[in-house]
Design a binder for this molecule. Structure first.
Ligand code: DX5
Ligand code: ZN
Length: 222
């Protein structure tokens, strides 16, 4: 469904369900089903981040109502304990945090063994260059453009340079895809797209709008 934007690349838009109406999740999905590329699901454990959100049961329920790829962002400590449950619930990609994984390579291997795409997220204070020795094994690098934990925060402008540095780290390979998450709006989306981002996550800008599909469309057109 994605189309080329002004920079001539195909950018995927992943609405974050965190900002949807949890009492009417199915309606929220209908609103984005035809324009979104992926659906982004934020898993928070109250330990890695202060907030608590959803678990595998909700992912499984969402799986039954959409065919969009489910992109699960795990803001949890010890994610290796939960990746199997989220994969079985229907996750297509699983992203774990660099800061939560002393044995990152092992977790990435675990995700790949289950046949899912594997991503690593870096918080604002973590240099993306920390991934230099594992970048070959990743399907996705997630640059956080807010401190994780809550939707609706202001975009962290240094993320733009970090996206450029992630592009340099990837070199001439096709993967990892570079995803940006936090404070993405119609104003900030072109900044990170121009810097080379491949996947944009947006919660408030999409689900806070009376016409989520149109916001996604506009983000595609960039
Ligand atoms: C924040 C989450 C984001 C969040 C983004 O910790 O990882 O996915 O939903 O929300 P917005 O787009 O409102 O910043
Ligand atoms: Zn997220």
């Amino acid at each position: 469904m994605a189309q080329s934007n002004q920079v001539g690349r195909r950018v995927r838009i992943a609405p974050s369900l965190l900002s949807a109406d949890f009492g009417r999740l199915a309606d929220s999905l209908v609103a984005v089903n035809r324009t979104a590329d992926w659906l982004h699901l934020d898993v928070m454990d109250g330990r890695f981040v202060p907030n608590i959100t959803i678990g595998p049961m909700v992912v499984a329920a969402v799986r039954k109502t959409t065919e969009l790829p489910l992109d699960v962002h795990m803001m949890v400590v010890e994610p290796e304990r939960y990746v199997k449950a989220f994969r079985e619930a229907g996750a297509d990609s699983l992203t774990v945090h660099y800061e939560a994984c002393p044995h990152l390579e092992r977790v990435i291997g675990q995700i790949h063994e289950m046949g899912a795409l594997a991503g690593v997220a870096v918080n604002p204070a973590t240099p993306v260059e920390a991934l230099v020795d594992i970048v070959d094994e990743l399907d996705m690098v997630l640059i956080m453009s807010v401190n994780p934990g809550f939707g609706g925060q202001a975009f962290w402008p240094r993320a733009v340079d970090k996206v450029r540095r992630a592009v340099r780290l990837r070199g001439d390979r096709e993967r990892p895809l570079i995803q940006v998450d936090g404070g993405i709006t119609l104003q900030t989306a072109p900044l990170v797209t121009s810097a080379g981002a491949d996947v944009l996550v947006a919660g408030t800008a999409i689900f806070g709008s009376p016409d989520p599909g149109s916001v996604i469309q506009q983000m595609h057109e960039g």
